[in-house]
Ligand binder design. Structure first.
Ligand SMILES: Nc1ncnc2c1ncn2[C@@H]1O[C@H](COP(=O)(O)OP(=O)(O)OP(=O)(O)O)[C@@H](O)[C@H]1O
Length: 591
């Protein structure tokens, strides 16, 4: 978690802790309270409420069928329905609609219009041909009127100067998420893109946004104080910096090789001088890349507005709307004055977040490449039992597995500092990054590591999501993260864009059994070797399989080894939420 360190410090410094109330009880109470307040709102938005539970409705439905057709509700089905119900109770949140949209009663039914159209050759592809191609590439789509996938940049009508830029980056043909994602985004559709780490999701939103902005600029140049047309929001400053650099790279390529206008972009994140950022706005800006805290700060203080903004992308979207931050997202949406295109991307997307996110989209298309939350198959996953006291020594040995650069992840920042000190003493060139460091130190750490001036980066989950370090062949988890999604993101820092990588994870008696069972199933799914220590763990009784015998994932964290009723992430989040209810304001991490 990006701000887990910060949260831990706050929690530790609390003199008196509130009494711990079991999750079910708290949820029941919370649901009752929120329900009272939101009944009217919800009825307007969602229609009249059902008076019966899903289970009762199902039984009633079955009773209406002829006796012969009646099957007993299986234990599994019953569990699934109970889970659906629990999920609904967990989600007493209003749909992700901005207050302004709700108050004006405006409901958009059609996607926004763009000037892009697929070539005739693509348009006349039959449904069977499209499905065949999707099947071959493991692309699964959900949604109405999904446009055909497109296999080449040329057919996508990308300008030559842009293709030149792609080639300079070693990119010659679109990846599966891009084959389906580009035509959808270019044609104005709202989209949720879910594909494994390192599969090229970033380009799916940045390239179309660049093209839309150039188109607008050519029609009517952006004036002083105007813009942005495109807004990208992501959960960490480092990721924002990376996306910002990518946008500038492709814009510069199009300017240099094609004479297109050079786009004005702005990085809107905490930890850097506000005045510098505001200077950018004065000249007018086409694209802003932001973290939510600083963005809301500027929007609240009317430093710029979203009057012209038509394209909004959330990267690592599930993290953005994870418990506790949906209010920030709602506030951002509230600044939009006109219809927008909304795009969400991540390698993990638990069902709870997906349901919630869908309410902000218009006629959305969900594009999946593989199971949401599955590990990248190009990463060889190794799990080793290492006693707590032997970890540092073993780490040195483990670093020899591959040539540098290597990333070492750990849960808390004290460990980052301790490991960094140890490695430096042992003569290993390393650098540490965590939320306790100032932005200058954080930027410096990422830069020196990216430029391969140091061999090892030691990081908390602050560097776990979205960051693209092309050369990294080995990721070491010094400890097992608290939830399986963070594990998937962490190991995804290697094995990117088709290259193979190794991930080594240290486990011991400190790792919770629940997360180890999730890990075991994730390894099984990715056809990896299961070490004896994990083999000996048996599944809890409530684990459910679908008709094909596949495990049904937890709807809250996508873990395969437990149900939502026993979700450790949910338990942890609710505990933290309760602990922090007295702490006012947004986390520093987001500013
Ligand atoms: N079609 C492509 N062919 C080859 N390389 C590509 C292609 N598209 C993107 N890349 C490169 O692959 C790397 C990973 O891309 P990107 O960062 O977009 O992955 P991602 O899917 O967003 O991963 P994560 O989930 O970890 O954020 C980048 O270096 C990018 O330049």
């Amino acid at each position: 978690m990006i701000n887990s360190d910060h949260q831990k410090t706050e929690v530790e410094s609390e003199p008196e802790q509130e009494e711990y109330v079991p999750i079910r009880k708290r949820l029941e109470e919370q649901y009752e309270n929120e329900n009272k307040m939101n009944e009217e709102d919800e009825e307007i938005l969602l229609g009249p409420k059902a008076t019966k539970t899903l289970l009762e409705q199902k039984i009633e439905l079955m009773n209406q069928q002829p006796l012969v057709e009646q099957n007993q509700i299986s234990k599994q089905e019953k569990l699934k329905l109970e889970e659906e119900e629990l999920l609904q109770q967990l989600d007493p949140l209003k749909p992700l609609l901005a207050v302004s949209e709700r108050s004006s009663g405006v409901i958009y039914k059609d996607p926004i219009k763009t000037g892009w159209e697929a070539p005739y050759r693509v348009q006349k592809m039959s449904q069977e041909e499209s499905n065949e191609l999707r099947k071959k590439l493991h692309i699964i789509v959900h949604g109405d009127d999904v446009c055909n996938p497109i296999k080449s940049f040329k057919l996508l009508r990308f300008p030559r100067s842009l293709v030149k830029g792609l080639v300079e980056r070693g990119i010659r043909k679109p990846s599966p998420i891009q084959i389906q994602g580009f035509p959808l985004v270019l044609s104005g559709r709202d989209m949720i893109g879910i594909a494994f780490t390192g599969s090229g999701k970033t380009l799916v939103f940045i390239l179309p946004i660049i093209l839309f902005c150039i188109d607008e600029e050519l029609k009517m140049p952006i004036g002083a104080g105007e813009g942005p047309i495109g807004l990208v929001v992501c959960p960490s400053r480092e990721l924002a910096g990376q996306i910002y650099d990518e946008i500038n790279f492709y814009s510069a390529q199009m300017h240099k090789h094609g004479g297109y206008p050079l786009l004005r972009t702005m990085l809107c994140i905490g930890g850097i001088d506000k005045r510098e950022q505001l200077d950018g706005i004065k000249r007018g800006v086409h694209i802003i890349v932001a973290t939510p805290g600083r963005l809301l700060d500027f929007l609240d203080r009317k430093k710029f507005d979203l009057e012209l903004c038509r394209h909004l992308a959330f990267d690592e979207a599930d993290r953005m709307i994870d418990t506790g931050f949906e209010e920030d997202v709602r506030s951002i949406l509230d600044f939009f004055r006109h219809q927008r295109q909304t795009l969400l991307f991540s390698a993990t997307m638990p069902k709870k977040i997906l349901n919630f996110a869908m309410s902000a989209l218009v006629k959305p298309v969900i594009v999946n490449v593989g199971r949401a939350g599955a590990a990248n198959m190009d990463v060889i996953q190794e799990v080793e039992y290492v006693k707590q006291e032997s970890k540092l020594i073993y780490l040195l040995e483990c670093l020899q597995k591959t040539p540098p650069p290597v990333i070492v992840f750990c849960e808390n920042r004290n460990d980052v500092d301790e490991i960094n000190e140890y490695l430096l003493i042992k003569g290993v060139s390393s650098v540490g990054i965590h939320s306790g460091k100032n932005q200058k130190e954080r930027n410096e750490a990422i830069r020196t590591f990216k430029d391969m001036k140091v061999d090892v980066l030691i990081a908390t989950d602050i560097a776990g999501k979205g960051l693209d370090f092309r050369q990294v062949q080995h990721v070491i988890n010094y400890d097992m993260p608290e939830d399986i999604e963070s594990y998937v993101h962490r190991i995804g820092r290697t094995g990117r864009c088709g290259k193979t990588g190794i991930a080594t994870t240290f486990i011991n008696q400190n790792s919770s059994e629940s997360i180890l069972i999730d890990l075991k199933h994730l390894l099984m799914e990715a056809k990896q070797r299961i070490p004896p220590v994990l083999q000996s763990l048996s599944d809890p009784e409530d684990v459910v399989r679908d008709k094909n015998g596949e495990l049904v994932e937890c709807a809250f964290c996508s873990g395969l080894g437990h149900r939502i009723t026993n979700c450790p992430k949910l338990e942890e989040m609710n505990y933290k939420k309760m602990q922090q209810s007295s702490i006012q304001g947004r986390s520093n991490e987001w500013l």
